[in-house]
Ligand binder design. Structure first.
Ligand SMILES: Cc1cc2nc3c(=O)[nH]c(=O)nc-3n(C[C@H](O)[C@H](O)[C@H](O)COP(=O)(O)OP(=O)(O)OC[C@H]3O[C@@H](n4cnc5c(N)ncnc54)[C@H](O)[C@@H]3O)c2cc1C
Length: 340
């Protein structure tokens, strides 16, 4: 029975683990360095009230008409389980493609990832930061920042491409020169996200649920997150999410987080002066936000070593949205199954 490790509890890793369930495998483990599920589809809670949540990464999911057939069952399953609901709240400045539909996750984007992790039946471990992958007796020995190394027959990597290239051990020499060039050519934008959490009963008096901003050097998107998710309740405080522009993100990538937070708040006050004072704030840096150039000439994954199998995927091998992750996860799962 093969022991499989999926590194990354983001959308690609969780869907891949779910697709591998039932294939003639031993147990599947999912490791993530973070403290919870979601990756760039994570949902944060207020420091004061765990029920007050906000999506600091992905905001909504779009089902495009093009090439939708293979992916349609994924959307339908999530809709039928109530994990996704149609986006009905007004979003100003959103470019709506003809024939496409948008969906939100009422319980936050991480609920989508949690749904697949549950489906997978995998053993999921957080705060497992993989640092080193080496060959040992025909298996992969995977080391992490804290705790002993463990051995696996198959390893699937789903983190952003630059983080794959940071891994140490035999993997460094296993990635051949042409693959290294392909991987190094992938690029990502960077941006900050701010989550503002309010006390229950606070009124946020704006006519929109979210809006894209086109004339501000710092802020690109503002959302009244609970209104966007169509959850407005007197018992749970509202939350606001702000995404910066890519330019602001890259200019302040290594600045002091407290200063960055204040700069964003200053711009926000000018754009929406009526916003009340939040009870708590979270500032999130997305160093690898969205893929601007995917790994070229690969169909959603790249095999780094065949026997034992070491394979990588994620939105860096397709494109940065729900469909891109589904495509990569399907491609990863097919490749793993055909090796078993
Ligand atoms: C601000 C923002 C807005 C977005 N908006 C949308 C949107 O509206 N709609 C949409 O569809 N998409 C959107 N996206 C894109 C979408 O979030 C991503 O395409 C998707 O989440 C990528 O999933 P993934 O599983 O491939 O990667 P990730 O979500 O990055 O998952 C990789 C996981 O690997 C873990 N990891 C990394 N290194 C290690 C290590 N060494 N050891 C262990 N674990 C590790 C990380 O903690 C992470 O959980 C947005 C993204 C951002 C950042």
């Amino acid at each position: 029975m093969a022991r499989v490790l999926v590194v990354g509890a983001g959308l690609t890793g969780s869907v891949c683990a779910a697709l591998l369930r039932g294939a003639a495998l031993g147990r599947i483990a999912v490791w993530d360095k973070a403290r919870g599920a979601g990756g760039r589809m994570s949902t944060s809670s207020s420091a004061r009230d765990a029920a007050c949540i906000a999506d600091l990464g992905a905001q909504y999911i779009t089902l495009e008409t093009e090439g939708a057939e293979a992916r349609r069952s994924f959307y339908e399953e999530l809709l039928s389980h109530g994990v996704l609901k149609p986006l009905t709240a007004p979003i100003e400045g959103m470019v709506v493609k003809e024939g496409s539909c948008n969906y939100v996750a009422p319980q936050g984007m991480s609920s989508v990832v949690k749904y697949y992790l549950k489906q997978s039946g995998a053993d999921v471990f957080y705060e497992h930061h993989v640092t080193c992958i080496s060959l040992q007796d025909g298996k992969w020995e995977v080391s992490r920042k804290m705790g002993p190394p463990e051995q696996f027959d198959v390893v699937v990597l789903t983190m952003p491409v630059p983080q794959i290239l940071q891994l140490q051990g035999d993997i460094v020499n296993i990635i051949n020169e042409s693959q290294k060039q392909q991987l190094e050519s992938a690029s990502y934008s960077s941006r900050y996200a701010l989550g503002l959490f309010y006390e229950a009963g606070t009124r946020i008096d704006v006519p929109w649920a979210a809006q894209y901003i086109t004339d501000n050097p710092c802020i690109r998107f503002i959302s009244i997150d609970n209104k966007k998710r169509n959850i407005e309740s007197p018992e749970i405080g509202p939350s606001v999410v702000v995404h910066t522009t890519v330019m602001f993100g890259s200019e302040h990538l290594d600045s002091d987080p407290a200063e960055v937070q204040q700069l964003i708040l200053n711009h926000l006050e000018r754009i929406v002066p009526s916003l009340p004072k939040p009870a708590s704030i979270k500032c999130q840096k997305w160093r690898y936000s969205q893929v601007t150039k995917a790994v070229p000439n690969c169909l959603g994954q790249m095999i780094l070593h065949t026997q034992p199998l070491l394979i990588c995927g994620g939105d860096g091998f397709t494109f940065s949205n729900f469909s891109g992750c589904i495509d990569s996860a399907m491609s990863l799962a097919e490749a793993v199954k055909s090796h078993l």
